[in-house]
Design a protein around this ligand. Structure first.
Ligand SMILES: Cc1cc2nc3c(=O)[nH]c(=O)nc-3n(C[C@H](O)[C@H](O)[C@H](O)COP(=O)(O)OP(=O)(O)OC[C@H]3O[C@@H](n4cnc5c(N)ncnc54)[C@H](O)[C@@H]3O)c2cc1C
Length: 455
């Protein structure tokens, strides 16, 4: 331990090496419930690429595990410390190095907060689409680590589609550059994509080249009330089959609506079983909303209420962004699923989730990036009640099993981390698992990078 700290201090400023256990304990875990977290030996907060390289060289020399962290807003335990590890927090590397309107790229350090980047590029008439609900908090490094999605992904896609190139410090301290700054490029294997969603298990992202789009027009939204979550799921199917391209298509069930109202007094309708939010940023959003409103009615919507203006549309979005934190305070504990199915199977997944909640006599609030088929059933329970906690775990697992049965995935955007480790093998199968473990060994032969996560 003493040798570790001494060596780290040799290449880092004094304030960048934290050993006070009261402070380091604060870096032990992300926002996922029920994932074990160890006690870090030290937390380091480098400001330069060279400092990150120094940390990794030291870790390799002394064989100390390293857990990279962004804002620790992750929901799978992927940023949780392991015992005796170096927590490598990238939050101080938060410079936007370049915004280039001609090449339509931004070059950033990993600690840049998602919303800060979004606002900065907007000043140039540009748009960085991936927008997790946690965007005011989460970092680009974390977004790359978990391959984040968000609200506007139904039209604009997820983080993976916007990462063009990376600088990555490898386990032994070497600096790897992947990808490109060009609009096209097919030289060699796509190592950039390999790092997106790797959960810090292959290397430390220290710089990213991100693709930007021209700023679209402001979006206008509507809210449609449904008598069941499944009928809202059917509306989603019809909207997508009808060739519509909403910039947002989100769902909140009754439990979620109540929770959001309780947290923020938003005045959302609580008597409805499901609220579908649709938005368009097209040249004539009102016409698009009218067409989608008709499809909602045909699928059983009892009320379709278009927002009066852009400000009201933004309020609806804010309500949706509050869904997860609001559900988390409903009961003393929650487990958040992240199952994503083909859109055509959304209604079946929602119906099945409701049946699982009933079978286990549990409250499971559902919010969803419905247009992506990506649902977040939030299992609420009291951990002090052993029977209820066991039923919660069982229902959490049954929802993932249902997702796989329906041709989906156990995680659309939150990642595997510790929470869904057992399920990864089931989804990948033995051949893929063996190859993936081989990739891990190639990049990290000593197994020092974020050990115990994913596999
Ligand atoms: C209220 C709330 C709402 C959310 N909504 C969404 C949503 O809509 N969509 C969504 O996708 N997620 C959502 N999330 C989950 C979370 O915000 C995302 O996973 C986010 O991308 C994590 O970013 P972070 O900076 O907090 O990373 P962390 O949680 O600190 O880390 C995440 C992973 O990335 C790795 N990592 C971090 N930085 C680096 C780096 N520089 N190099 C290599 N690896 C690194 C970590 O080791 C870890 O494996 C939400 C979370 C909360 C709390």
């Amino acid at each position: 331990m003493e040798q570790l700290i001494e060596l780290l201090r040799g290449g880092l400023p004094a304030e960048a090496v934290i050993t006070d256990p009261d402070v380091t304990a604060g870096y032990a875990h992300d926002m996922a419930s029920f994932c074990e977290a160890g006690t870090p030996a030290v937390v380091v907060l480098p400001r330069t690429v060279e400092q990150v390289q120094h940390v990794m060289r030291t870790a390799t020399e002394l064989r100390v595990p390293v857990v990279p962290q962004g804002a620790r807003s992750g929901l799978s335990g992927a940023a949780n410390a392991s015992d005796g590890c170096i927590v490598l927090s990238l939050v101080k590397m938060d410079a936007i190095l370049e915004i280039n309107p001609v090449d339509r790229i931004a070059v950033v350090e990993p600690g840049v907060v998602n919303a800060v980047l979004s606002r900065a590029v907007a000043e140039h008439g540009l748009y960085y689409p991936p927008d997790p609900s946690s965007w005011e908090q989460c970092t680009i490094g974390g977004n790359i680590g978990t391959a984040s999605g968000g609200l506007c992904c139904v039209k604009y896609g997820v983080t993976a589609e916007y990462v063009l190139g990376l600088d990555v410090v490898l386990a032994d301290g070497r600096l790897l550059s992947t990808g490109r700054s060009t609009a096209k490029g097919v030289a060699g294997y796509d190592l950039t994509r390999l790092f997106v969603g790797a959960e810090g298990s292959l290397g430390i992202v220290v710089r990213a080249v991100l693709a930007l789009k021209p700023q679209p027009p402001q979006q206008l939204a509507l809210a449609a009330e449904f008598p069941s979550v499944a009928s809202a799921g059917t509306a989603v199917k019809e909207i997508m089959a009808g060739g519509h391209v909403p910039s947002l298509l989100e769902l909140m069930d009754r439990t979620t609506l109540r929770a959001v109202n309780e947290m923020a007094q938003m005045g959302l309708p609580e008597s409805t079983e499901a609220l579908l939010l649709a938005a368009f940023d097209t040249p004539d959003p009102a016409a698009d909303l009218a067409a989608v409103g008709e499809l909602c009615k045909a699928a059983g919507a009892t009320e379709v209420v278009p927002a009066e203006d852009f400000a009201e549309s933004e309020l609806l979005l804010q309500a949706r962004r509050l869904a997860l934190p609001a559900l988390e305070v409903l009961k003393s504990a929650t487990m958040i699923d992240d199952v994503c199915v083909p859109r055509s199977q959304l209604a079946a997944l929602l119906e099945g989730t409701a049946a699982i909640a009933e079978k286990h006599d549990l409250t499971i609030g559902v919010c969803a990036h419905a247009g992506d088929g990506n649902t977040h059933p939030v299992v609420c329970f009291d951990p002090g009640d052993q029977d209820e906690a066991a039923r919660a775990r069982a229902s959490f697992d049954e929802i993932m099993a249902l997702g796989l049965e329906l041709g989906g995935t156990i995680t659309g955007e939150h990642g595997v981390g510790l929470l869904k480790k057992e399920w990864l093998a089931r989804e990948l199968g033995p051949v893929s698992l063996e190859l993936q473990r081989g990739i891990k060994r190639t990049f990290d032969p000593l197994g020092l990078l974020n050990p115990g996560k994913l596999f």
